[in-house]
Design a protein around this ligand. Structure first.
Ligand code: CTP
Ligand code: MG
Length: 233
């Protein structure tokens, strides 16, 4: 029998966008006439993902359903669920609705993800069980000590900046999150692969080369950048 490689993509849109500021949360800021979140949903809908789960704040569920999912007919969205106060709680809420053997987690704030990258991460998830999109660091990165002095300069060729999507066997990432919450060790959790790493230190996590265009909208100037990229499509 053929192996079932189907995957769901969890799209995260439950953040408050504090660093962008303003009255509209960054995932809903209009870019070329459509809310930012529209763009990653469009790309994922063009991929071979079998389902999409959107995680958003309780107060935004209706808006996302009416003004994005229904309005643009994103028929592969199978659930819009309420997120939590931290990114890792939002991911965990999304995982509860996943019923495919593989799952990708994507930041809704990364509007410029490509279909090719979604497919590459999904493929690596089936091959390695855990993987994440990343790009080689362009700056030299330093680690610092508590007093603000340099403690270590890793070789630049070994340093990667993490992106999303990140891809996993669904059972593996679910188990990793359960262990995380049981341990209570929630400090500094900023991505999903590190949740797997903490729960299963022997597990190898594959890096999938992402793209420098796949930026996460984090500050107001990123909105302009994304707008330029979308216009030039
Ligand atoms: N996110 C989420 N639930 C949270 C926090 C973040 O779903 N409790 C999502 C965001 O919507 C975003 C992604 O995770 O798509 C990456 O997070 P980040 O860039 O930090 O977004 P915000 O937390 O919204 O921004 P800020 O940290 O500036 O408030
Ligand atoms: Mg945040």
């Amino acid at each position: 029998m053929k192996k079932d490689n189907s995957f769901t993509v969890i799209v995260l849109a439950a953040g408050r966008g504090e660093r962008v500021g303003g009255n509209t949360k960054k995932q809903f800021i209009p870019v070329c006439g459509r809310p930012l979140l529209y763009y990653s949903l469009r790309t994922i809908s063009d991929s071979s993902a079998s389902a999409i789960i959107i995680v958003t704040s309780a107060e935004d569920v209706e808006y996302v359903r009416n003004e994005i999912v229904d309005r643009y007919s994103f028929s592969r969205v199978k659930a819009i669920v309420k997120g939590g106060a931290e990114r890792y709680y939002s991911v965990y809420e999304g995982l509860k609705s996943v019923d495919t053997p593989y799952v990708l987690v994507h930041d809704g704030a990364r509007a410029c993800v490509s279909v090719e990258l979604v497919e590459a991460v999904a493929l690596a998830a089936t091959e390695y069980g855990a993987c994440e999109a990343a790009v080689p660091a362009t700056d030299t990165i330093k680690l610092s000590d508590e007093e603000g002095f340099v403690s270590l300069t890793p070789a630049r060729k070994d340093v990667w900046a993490m992106q999303t999507p990140q891809g996993f066997e669904s059972d593996l990432i679910r188990e990793a999150y359960e262990r995380l919450f049981l341990s209570g060790d929630l400090d500094d959790i900023t991505d999903d692969a590190m949740v797997v790493q903490r729960a299963f230190p022997d597990r190898r996590i594959r890096l999938v080369e992402g793209s420098y265009d796949n930026i996460k909208v984090t500050t107001p100037k990123d909105i302009l950048l994304v707008e330029t990229m979308i216009k030039s499509e």
